[in-house]
Write a protein that binds this ligand. Structure first.
Ligand code: GTQ
Ligand code: FE2
Length: 372
């Protein structure tokens, strides 16, 4: 280490060797501090203020085929209704003490709704989204607006929006839910209310009203000026996501910029009133990699979740390596480097994270080891 290296590595803090008499007084003092519900910094600093994040959450993979099987079982054995509210099974990060937290901030569930079933309306301060991996026929009512759900669609129900789900098809449907439940639980900011018991049954429209109003490229209705804290669009239809990614790759073939790195196209779902993330606490993206293409290795503050929509990939998170195929989900804990290599047919990945929280608070930090 040179003299100009000011890196603040914690060193072992040693109190001068106490005499037996001093030791007895020290023991007594620490006991008294404990009784007063206090803890001195010099005994905790290494854990409380590490040199860099040391997440308790671990990198982990949840297998889709196993999870969808238990969701089907729950469909046979557990009714959906008031009280339980949703037939949703939350993923528990093995490092987080058995809590249904995929990361310290995020909840990621698999939700199952059988034909003819209704998940009753409610609302809460937690921000929520759905991403549909299979099937269609369910629609979700958001503040009275019926929003259809189809494979590849990304839907949001921002905090305080009333929402219920209805399956009017003849087949069961499964999708993933993402919410900021752990964040709001730890911060004690969560509120929850039941909504109407009435089931609005207008059938599934092709497009929700808010899509008809807002989902035209860069064309905002003049009747709604100003910014809103979350996207007024409740459904980001797959056809737009797919087209945007295809165009990025087509432009790459034509020699124009637009991809993240060679063979890696990506879009971020955004709030059309201000270009920011769709909701205050959650970021959502979709990534497409050409066969055998790779992402640039990234290390960043916050946690990121990937789910394979189609294809296969290998993801390296810190020291761990996971093979992913359709529906599999994996979580990247804070400050662990991640790197994805697509399989022989390429890969489509849905991705969500808590990064907007840290960007708003001035805590975001990203490091790309290759300096890109
Ligand atoms: O669909 O409203 O996975 O409120 C967790 C909490 C889903 C929902 C979840 C919820 C919902
Ligand atoms: Fe909900």
């Amino acid at each position: 280490m040179s003299e100009t290296d000011y890196s603040n590595k914690h060193v072992e803090f040693e109190v001068p060797e106490p005499t037996p008499e001093e030791q007895a007084r020290l023991d007594e003092m620490y006991k008294e501090m404990e009784g007063l519900h206090t803890l001195p910094l010099w005994r905790t600093i290494g854990n409380l203020m590490p040199n860099e994040p040391t997440p308790e959450a671990v990198a982990h993979k949840w297998d889709w085929s196993q999870l969808s099987k238990v969701a089907e079982q729950a469909g046979e054995l557990v009714p959906v209704g008031r009280g339980g509210e949703r037939r949703a099974i939350g993923r528990c990060n093995p490092g987080l003490g058995g809590n249904p937290y995929v990361s310290p901030t995020l909840w990621a569930a698999i939700q199952y709704l059988g034909p003819g079933e209704n998940a009753p309306e409610h609302r809460h301060s937690q921000n929520a989204f759905r991403f549909v991996t299979e099937g269609e026929g369910v629609w979700t009512v958001v503040n009275g607006d019926a929003v259809p759900m189809k494979r590849g669609d990304f839907l949001i129900t921002p905090g305080w929006a009333y929402h219920g789900h209805h399956n009017i098809a003849t087949e069961p449907m499964i999708w993933i839910d993402g919410l900021d439940i752990p964040f709001q639980h730890v911060m004690d900011t969560g509120f929850f209310e039941y909504g109407s018991e009435k089931i609005t049954d207008d059938g599934t429209p092709d497009y929700s009203r808010m899509e008809r109003l807002w989902a035209h490229p860069s064309l905002r209705p003049v009747s709604y000026p100003g910014e809103s804290e979350f996207s007024p669009i409740g459904r980001f239809a797959w056809e737009h996501t797919d087209a945007a990614l295809n165009e990025q790759l087509a432009l790459e073939n034509e020699g124009y910029p637009g991809v993240v790195s060679p063979g890696h196209a990506a879009i971020r779902y955004s709030n059309p009133t201000n270009g920011a993330d769709v909701m205050n606490t959650v970021r959502a993206e979709f990534h497409r990699l050409r066969p055998e293409a790779q992402t640039i290795p990234v290390q960043e503050v916050g946690s990121r979740v990937f789910q394979v929509f189609e294809g296969t990939a290998t993801i390296t998170i810190g020291e761990k390596v996971f093979e992913l195929s359709q529906g599999d989900m994996t979580v990247v804990p804070s400050w662990q480097q991640w790197h994805i290599v697509a399989g022989a047919d390429g890969v489509d990945l849905f991705c969500f994270s808590d990064h907007p929280i840290f960007e708003k608070l001035g805590l975001a930090r990203t490091f790309t080891p290759e300096g890109i």
